[in-house]
Design a protein around this ligand. Structure first.
Ligand code: NAP
Length: 498
């Protein structure tokens, strides 16, 4: 085991312990005896210092031309490429996902860097004719100010990048509060931003407990915007504080994503998609496939195929190249998944395979849950409605395409969705009728690309979209500018009318 890392807060360009000196530790979810890092248990005083630094830095950062701001983010992208393997190994140890997936997590950050940086030379507004003579009209994007970025553990590099990179290119300063489970990943990431030469205070990092520093950041009167990714329960709390304090808030929350398999689908392809969607990252993705909606004509055959392949999935530590399914993030989440299995059994679902905490051999040292298929699930069961966030997929049988769409839509969430069919008419009808922020045709529910909008409808989000050019709408305010060069007072709607 390596010596634990010592993580610190990063405030005003300096690496600092928490003022009160308290610390916490993160552990390897595949081997709970291994401490990965110690990190500050920060409090409101540390938050205050970070907000003061971010506010001070904002005054000059907002005036740096956007293409010059973007050059720092290009540099971050280059450094992320340089440290990709080191960072991927760290993600693998601290968060648990298999190494190939951890490399993907970093690659998403790299992609986001180059995509966001390119926006530094665009940030387009509009020019439009005025209704008055000798008058010019246009819109420009303005930064918002100090942004609090609150992130979960499941994509410990990609999600902070999704938020910080467009925010900084747009001229804001940021304070990152990462998840308690992945402080070392966040620290390495912020070290990279620092190495890229960002001026002090432009990016700040405050570690600690969500209920303490997260809450203090959200409530802080000098924070202008909160960008939050996490559970719907926490999101509701964050949203209500921001509502009361009139802060802009972007919420990316839970999902209960479904993949439909129609009777005309390529079943082998649908099977590959289902396995990756349901069990990739041990089901701990907001876009994970947690429901499989199967047409009755292929249900039996597809279920047999799925069970067979699931039985062969290899559980293990992320660093083992043979591992296909890694650990659950922590004990609390492991118990939560286990409790959902009790709920499923009590509701009458049938456990086809899996269903238990995995304890064979080395697995007992970590938080592993067997890849699980629940059969005979009906749409109203809690396991068909609530986010489990583990390697558990519920099978629901349907009689028709219309019923499949209706059941897919029958949840409070609306993040990702998928349909496997060879029928072009059904594919287009699904694109139109599915209530979700993302729909895949003949692809699994997971696999977002950074240049397309990402987010969900209903209780998954609050109307914003991260990634793509839509991220700019989160991190900028529109300003409308009129330039009157007529030399006289021109009253719109009055002087140009009889
Ligand atoms: P979480 O418990 O809601 O935590 C998310 C972040 O919020 C963490 O940094 C957490 O800090 C912090 N936090 C907790 N309580 C807070 C409070 N009262 N005020 C301010 N911040 C607070 O979620 P999670 O378990 O880390 O992540 C899993 C969830 O994220 C799932 O529901 C998943 O669907 C969702 N997710 C959504 C997306 C999306 O884009 N839609 C992407 C990824 C994940 P601590 O770590 O210290 O508790």
């Amino acid at each position: 085991m390596d010596t634990p890392l010592t993580c610190r807060n990063y405030i005003d360009g300096k690496w600092l312990t928490a003022v009160a000196g308290a610390t916490l530790e993160s552990r390897n979810p595949a081997n709970k005896r291994e401490v990965i890092a110690t990190f500050p248990r920060s409090a409101a005083t540390d938050v205050d210092a970070a907000v003061v630094a971010a506010r001070q830095a904002y005054q000059s950062w907002r005036l740096v031309p956007a293409p010059a701001r973007a050059e720092y983010i290009f540099k971050v992208g280059e450094l992320l490429s340089k440290y990709k393997e080191e960072l991927a190994q760290l993600i693998c140890r601290e968060m648990g996902k298999p190494l190939a997936e951890a490399r993907g997590d970093v690659q998403e950050g790299i992609d986001c860097a180059f995509y966001s940086a390119a926006e530094g030379r665009r940030l387009f507004g509009q020019t439009t004719p005025s209704e008055m003579p000798n008058k010019f009209a246009m819109t420009v994007r303005m930064p918002i100010g100090v942004c609090a970025l609150i992130t979960p553990w499941n994509f410990p590099v990609a999600i902070p990048c999704w938020k910080a990179m467009p925010a900084l290119v747009c001229g804001n300063t940021v304070i990152l509060k990462p998840a308690e489970d992945t402080p070392a990943c966040a620290t390495k990431l912020v070290e990279i931003f620092a190495e890229a030469g960002l001026p002090p205070g432009v990016i700040n990092l405050v570690h600690g407990v969500g209920e303490e520093v997260g809450k203090a950041l959200v409530a802080h009167p000098d924070v202008d915007l909160v960008s939050f990714t996490g559970s719907s329960e926490t999101g509701a709390e964050v949203g209500s504080i921001c509502g009361r304090t009139h802060k802009r808030v972007c919420l990316e929350m839970g999902g209960k994503n479904a993949q439909i398999v129609m009777e005309d689908a390529d079943l082998e392809l649908a099977l590959d998609g289902a396995l990756w969607g349901a069990f990739g990252t041990a089901g701990q993705r907001c876009t994970a496939t947690s429901r499989l909606i199967l047409h009755r004509d292929i249900k039996e055959k597809f279920t047999t195929m799925l069970k067979e392949r699931t039985s062969k999935l290899r559980l293990g530590t992320g660093s083992d190249p043979n591992t296909e399914v890694g650990p659950i993030i922590n004990e609390r989440q492991l118990q939560r998944v286990s409790q959902y299995l009790d709920i499923a059994r009590a509701e009458g679902a049938k456990v086809l395979i899996g269903g238990e905490i995995a304890t064979e051999g080395e697995l007992k040292n970590g938080y592993f849950f067997q890849p699980t298929i629940l059969d005979e699930v009906t749409p109203q069961m809690r396991v068909a409605q609530e986010e489990i966030f583990g390697p558990v997929v519920a099978l629901i049988e349907v009689n028709s395409f219309e019923e499949a769409i209706s059941i897919l839509n029958n949840t409070k969430y609306g993040l990702s969705s998928s349909i496997y069919t060879r029928d072009i008419n059904r594919a287009f009808t699904a694109m139109r009728d599915i209530e979700a922020g993302i729909t895949y045709i003949n692809g699994p529910t997971i696999g977002a690309e950074v240049h397309l909008p990402f987010g969900g409808v209903k209780q998954t989000g609050n109307g914003h979209r991260e990634a793509g050019t839509t991220a700019l709408d989160i991190f900028t305010e529109w300003k409308t500018v009129y330039v009157d060069f007529s030399g006289s007072l021109q009253r719109a709607q009055i002087d140009n009318r009889e």
